[in-house]
Design a protein around this ligand. Structure first.
Ligand code: FAD
Length: 454
């Protein structure tokens, strides 16, 4: 079977490349191969009742399937070059922003109309942050919410399904270079194509690594972000979240001069488990529907760890720390801030007696047995810094879930067309290591589709 284009992975990168390809050239024969399920069959078995923690499904419904890791995400599309990836280094700042805006328009046309676009432009919080040694990063953020994000994906799928062949539950096992294209191998057999777009995201990071090794595509990897997810009463951050929804704030620690940053803020949201290659970490999202909202806000505090030669396995380092928390807690550990600073573990009783009701059933424990001192000290310093702009952040009952790890895929060597050293083999989205967000991954998909269709 020969296709014009094969897309590996149906996350935002894959979806938006498919969308743009078929829009610009409806005669193209395109197939998408995806490890996970169609959207409607994606269901995480954790119900907080019968199944309380991750049971390591064959493919993780949170990370895989139509919509990729983004399907049950909070649907925050950040339109910015300040964070979310370094796509602009390949395609230029203006083009990156234009493509993110284009993706936003498509989302609005497919069910996202009426959702709010927040912006840091002209906000008074910039001054307040800088007065307290914090830096607020610039961004516009479209908050679709988990529920509307789902509707948008459903509508896009319905538009594509008769024009493009989707192969679900079909992980691509291997790929080969042909004289005039590429051959991919999966359980159904092998398929050939002229052009191949690989968009396998974080869950495909190990696979991507092996492909690059087999095909001799250079890569580099030296960063991992490690930290906790903070959960506190929504009112503590409401002055910021009401105006900005998500504030990306950076703090430079006094002790080690490390950067600690807030990440993925979910007003009135819930904390969730995330399973990457069998390792359970914390994450969070929130719903646009007021009925599904909680009284808590959650966000991550992450410390970026860059390694220099000879150490290369930054993800392995992050995984080992996450494994420690899984080993002690059977999954994610939760600890009250007050217990952490007093040097004692949290217990079921102390968490229950606290004023913050946890939205994730996690094992009460002691994060100081898991996180390296340098990282933990940075997090504690930042909590006290945030307490100055959002009093109450450093309350004893503030909950910390650990660990949250932001794995960065190794960076694949791709050029200004997002093309590898093999012409016609594009590596995009989070799997390329160039993007780390919905908007950047989606924009990279549109970009390669336009390059292919000329
Ligand atoms: C819980 C959660 C919340 C998040 N919230 C936000 C948010 O609010 N805002 C934001 O900007 N980002 C958020 N993110 C990150 C965001 O989801 C990712 O940056 C984005 O999905 C990356 O898109 P992608 O297409 O590159 O990869 P992915 O979305 O990871 O998609 C890759 C797809 O490829 C498939 N795949 C992998 N290997 C293979 C293979 N060998 N063969 C076939 N298919 C394969 C996977 O199953 C997956 O479906 C969140 C992530 C999670 C997990």
């Amino acid at each position: 079977m020969k296709y014009d284009v094969i897309i590996v992975g149906a996350g935002p990168g894959g979806i938006f490349s498919a969308y743009e390809l078929i829009k610009r050239e409806p005669s193209l024969k395109i197939a998408v191969f995806e490890s996970g399920n169609p959207l409607e069959k994606r269901r995480c078995p954790i119900d907080g009742d019968k199944v309380k923690t991750c049971i390591n499904c064959k493919t993780c419904a949170i990370m895989s399937g139509f919509g990729g890791a983004g399907a049950f995400s909070d649907g925050k599309y950040n339109i910015t070059n300040d964070f979310g990836g370094t796509l602009f280094e390949h395609i230029g700042k203006q083009q990156a922003i234009d493509l993110m805006k284009y993706v936003d328009e498509i989302n609005l046309k497919h069910g996202g109309e009426g959702t709010k676009l927040y912006s840091t432009a002209g906000t008074k919080f910039k001054k307040l942050c800088i007065q307290n040694k914090l830096k607020l990063l610039n961004a516009s953020v479209r908050h679709l919410g988990t529920d509307i994000n789902y509707v948008v994906l459903e509508n896009i799928y319905n538009e594509l399904k008769d024009k493009i062949e989707f192969h679900f539950n079909t992980p691509v096992e291997n790929m080969e270079i042909l004289e005039n294209g590429y051959r991919i191998f999966c359980k159904e057999g092998s398929f050939d194509c002229e052009k191949c777009i690989v968009s396998v995201g974080r869950s495909g990071s190990k696979w991507m690594e092996s492909v690059c090794k087999n095909l001799n595509i250079p890569t580099k990897s030296n960063r991992v972000d490690i930290g906790v997810r903070v959960e506190l009463p929504a009112v503590i951050f409401s002055h910021l979240t009401d105006e900005l929804y998500e504030s990306k704030i950076v703090y430079r620690t006094e002790k080690f001069e490390d950067n600690v940053r807030t990440f993925c803020m979910n007003p009135h949201g819930i904390v969730v488990n995330e399973n990457t290659n069998g390792i359970v970490t914390a994450n969070g999202h929130s719903y646009e529907d007021p009925e599904k909202q909680t009284e808590n806000t959650n966000f991550a505090l992450l410390v970026a760890k860059h390694f220099s030669e000879p150490f290369k396995d930054s993800n392995g380092y992050g995984e080992s720390i996450a494994r420690l928390s899984n080993m002690l807690g059977g999954g994610v550990i939760v600890q009250r801030f007050g217990d952490l600073v007093r040097g004692r573990r949290s217990t079921e009783k102390r968490v229950q007696e606290g004023l913050v009701t946890p939205t994730l059933s996690a094992t009460p424990g002691d994060l100081s047995l898991v996180l390296p001192k340098r990282i933990l000290d940075g997090i504690i310093e930042m909590i006290y810094a945030l307490d100055k702009i959002a009093p109450g952040t450093a309350n004893d009952d503030t909950l910390l879930y650990g660990v949250e790890v932001k794995f960065y895929n190794m960076e694949v060597d791709i050029d200004e067309n997002l093309e590898s050293k093999y012409k016609g083999l594009y590596i995009i989205g989070d799997g390329s290591g160039v993007t780390h967000s919905l908007s950047h991954a989606s924009a990279s998909g549109v970009y390669v589709a336009r390059h292919i269709t000329g």
